[in-house]
Design a protein around this ligand. Structure first.
Ligand code: URA
Length: 229
């Protein structure tokens, strides 16, 4: 990671304070002063700040129940960030492994470990995401087969990967997909002449949503390991 990020992850300093200290020669990497904050450093390197050895905080792995009307962003925009009503510290260091729309609720996984989240979001890892979907019109009957075959969404060059549809009632279904194209679930139903009126993510891989709206918890070791390839 970049040296300024390493310093921030090891201290309570802001990014701009860390950069100033690095540029002023207060930071060494393997005993040599380094003044370029963009220098790449590894966890195993010996990094000091004003003579004190730094060690970055360990990676974090968090499950949250996203409320409607929040956005999967670190900062508030038109809607508040999903972090805004939580007490999660240093949320600026975290990212969301598979974002949900502002009006979508449910399970989000949050981390600062980019290798781990890649296994969740990259379609080649076939990590299942299960959505409970409310529809404006009753299911016609051919949707499950069409989703299994793959649907060519507007503006895309390749069809969606095979998806599984479980019909719970004429206007409520579970859809399992292994990729995360922009507005994918809404666009899939639009492509078969329907409209999503409620969308809630219940499961990612083996991890089920088990906290109330707006609440969060750390993942356990088994859950974390289940996403390692
Ligand atoms: N698909 C969508 O259309 N929206 C989401 O929030 C997630 C998946």
């Amino acid at each position: 990671m970049r040296l300024d990020k390493f310093v921030c992850k090891s201290t309570e300093l802001t990014r701009s304070d860390a950069i100033e200290l690095i540029q002023n020669g207060a930071v060494t990497v393997n005993d040599a002063i380094v003044t370029d904050e963009k220098t790449q450093v590894h966890e195993n390197n010996t990094v000091t700040l004003q003579g004190k050895r730094l060690s970055p905080r360990p990676f974090r792995y968090i499950l949250m129940h996203k409320p409607a009307g929040t956005i999967c962003s670190n900062i508030d925009e038109v809607y508040p960030s999903l972090f805004s009503a939580t007490n999660i510290e240093h949320s600026e260091e975290l990212h969301i492994a598979g974002r949900l729309d502002a009006d979508t609720t449910g399970l989000v996984l949050i981390t600062d470990d980019g290798h781990w989240s890649f296994n969740i979001t990259t379609p080649t890892q076939h990590c299942e995401k299960v959505y409970r979907v409310g529809l404006s019109r009753p299911i016609r009957g051919d949707e499950a087969e069409r989703f299994k075959q793959g649907i060519l969404l507007q503006g895309e060059s390749k069809p969606t990967l095979p998806a599984k549809l479980d019909v719970l009632s004429p206007q409520e279904v579970l859809l399992t997909i292994t990729e995360g194209k922009f507005h994918q679930v809404k666009r899939m139903f639009s492509a078969v002449g329907n409209r999503v009126v409620a969308l809630h993510r219940e499961r990612i891989g083996e991890v089920l949503l088990d906290v109330d709206t707006g609440e969060w918890r750390h993942l356990n070791d088994e859950e974390i390991a289940s996403f390692r390839s």
